[in-house]
Design a binder for this molecule. Structure first.
Ligand SMILES: [Mg+2]
Length: 193
């Protein structure tokens, strides 16, 4: 029997493309792109003390995963990876500023994942912001270097606008490799069998 490898896989900005940015643009009636922001958390750059609470209230009633954009290649390649490996989703649902009201985000993200990717095993969906507790996986893919500080042997940083300035030297310190797209994820994982 083939011993399947396990992959710990992020959702936002690895599977789903800019859901938070689209929500903020929708609320604000703007068309900002990720290039308009310097950091990962766009809320603080886009809203002020007066508009931020209103945006948070909007978020509680807005399903950012209904009709969300997907990262190019994920629809073709994730099913291929899931045939040959055990996929575990690992994603944060607690929204900064709405910590105690974030239950709706857990539900919306779970429903999106099991409907859009029916081959995912619901019991393999882990929702936590504390991803560095995990070590018993073969691979991890995430777009935040702060989530790749654990003992997983093969960790891949998925290139996004907010992380592209991180140098190879910095990635090397945490034993992290950079991948630019889903094709590279697939090639990396399948080449190491
Ligand atoms: Mg992410």
């Amino acid at each position: 029997m083939v011993n399947k490898k396990s992959i710990l896989l992020d959702v936002d900005d690895v599977i789903v493309d800019n859901a938070f940015l689209d929500a903020a643009n929708n609320f604000n009636n703007t068309k900002y792109t990720e290039k308009d922001f310097s950091g990962y958390y766009i809320d603080k750059e886009m809203f002020n003390e007066e508009t931020l609470p209103k945006y948070y209230e909007f978020l509680l009633h807005y399903n950012m995963y209904s009709n969300c954009r997907l990262i190019e290649g994920v629809e073709e390649i994730l099913p291929m990876l899931a045939k040959e490996n055990d996929i575990y989703i690992c994603s944060s649902c607690v929204c900064k500023g709405l910590e105690r009201k974030s239950g709706i985000f857990f539900m919306n993200k779970f429903n999106f994942l099991v409907e859009k990717f029916p081959f995912l095993i619901p019991e393999h969906i882990i929702f936590t912001g504390d991803k560095n507790r995990f070590s018993d996986f073969d691979y991890q893919v995430d777009d935040l270097l702060t989530n790749l500080k654990n003992k997983i042997p093969d960790k891949l940083l998925f290139t996004r606008h907010h992380n592209k300035e991180i140098s190879k030297e910095e990635l090397d310190k945490d034993n992290v490799k950079r991948v630019d797209n889903w094709q590279e994820i697939y090639e990396y994982i399948t080449s190491r069998k």
